[in-house]
Design a protein around this ligand. Structure first.
Ligand code: ADP
Ligand code: MG
Length: 334
């Protein structure tokens, strides 16, 4: 049972008609019906040893814990309004807390997103009679709330055959950062290592672009588990297929300096990009470009939506199929 089968099987239930929940489990945000406005609600958990390593810069961690939630709001086209913070800490370390708050509140303030509540607890020490006690994992869980006009509702499920497929920014750098830290990439110039690290530690949620795409994008998702895995969610919920043109997939100069195989693995199957992947009718190309320009985020047209029977294919410039031996990130794979 993989992560998504588990969620489907145990946590996906019928949503009562006429109730407050307009979009339930299965999208980047839940959408709650509040009359003229919809509230978009999303939760992300960051666990030490799983999502970040012990000793990571607390300021960057505070930023990232909120950023990954704002990225889900961006996918839904919601404007951030408030958030709740649940923390399980090994100890009350003043310097750590100060830096964490600095990172988190700088991003919150930049988006007018107000901390409205939460919960704080101490993680127990782990260990047995035979071994010295060690701290349990630091755990950060944020629930973010945004809003949008009800007619602007956007989910993963609206892509139509013939739509263009777009992505913001560049893909693959965060994965390359992880590979550099694990020593998997051989020798990489220091300036590229720094580019990769910044992308991994300081993701920039595409909130303004997400809002600017209201009424333009037919479907959207934020790329957190890798382009192919996240696109697969859009295709499944929209019941369509897609063709990606590999040469159009946007990559930083740093990523382009790596061997082609590494570029493809990082950009197609890496995670932690927090870019927006979205679809839109071909007639809206000029408006999409304008939305990107107005919000200072590059947007690239990387393919198109096709019939579900054609699945998901990737082609290089001569039209040859790019093989895809990698899987999207899955917490329960294997
Ligand atoms: P994202 O990557 O956008 O944060 P996830 O892949 O974490 O989304 O989750 C997929 C969907 O499953 C989301 O709609 C999320 O709200 C839902 N989900 C995940 N875990 C649970 C859970 N334990 N109970 C209810 N819904 C869940
Ligand atoms: Mg998401």
């Amino acid at each position: 049972m993989n992560e998504f089968e588990l969620i489907d099987r145990f946590f996906t239930r019928a949503v009562p008609a006429g109730g407050i929940v307009r979009q339930g489990v299965g999208d980047d945000c839940a959408l709650l019906d509040c009359g003229e406005r919809l509230l978009a609600v999303t939760t992300d958990l960051l666990l030490e040893g799983r999502h970040f390593q012990p000793g990571v810069d607390p300021e960057a961690l505070g930023h990232k814990a909120l950023a990954v939630n704002l990225s889900d709001l961006a996918a839904a086209g919601a404007a951030p309004r408030a958030f709740q913070l649940a923390l399980a800490l090994p100890r009350a370390d003043e310097a750590w807390l100060q830096a964490f708050c600095h990172g988190m509140f700088a991003l919150a303030d930049a988006h007018g997103c107000v901390l409205a509540g939460g919960d704080t607890t101490r993680v127990p020490q782990l260990g047995s009679a035979q071994s010295a006690p060690v701290d349990g994992p630091l755990t950060i869980c944020i629930t973010a709330i945004g809003d949008l006009p009800r007619e602007a509702a956007r989910t993963r499920g609206g892509a139509r055959i013939g739509d263009d497929l777009w992505v913001s920014g560049t893909l693959g750098d965060a994965r390359a950062a992880l590979d550099c830290r694990q020593g998997d990439l051989g020798r990489v110039p220091t300036k590229h290592v720094a580019t990769f690290a910044t992308r991994m530690d300081w993701p920039q949620p595409r909130v303004a672009l997400g809002v600017a795409l209201r009424g333009l994008a037919t479907a959207a998702i934020d790329v957190s588990d890798g382009l192919l895995g996240d696109l697969a969610h859009v295709l499944k919920r929209s019941r369509v297929g897609a063709i990606i043109e590999w040469d159009e997939v946007p990559r930083s100069e740093a990523l382009r300096s790596l061997p082609l195989q590494d570029q493809q693995r990082c950009a197609l199957a890496g995670g932690d990009d927090y870019e927006l992947l979205f679809t839109a009718a071909a007639s809206r190309r000029a408006e999409i470009e304008a939305a990107g320009a107005a919000t200072s985020v590059a947007v690239a047209r990387i393919g198109r939506i096709v019939d579900a029977g054609d699945g998901l294919r990737i082609r290089d410039a001569p039209g040859a199929e790019v093989p895809v031996p990698w899987h999207a990130f899955d917490h329960f794979a294997g």
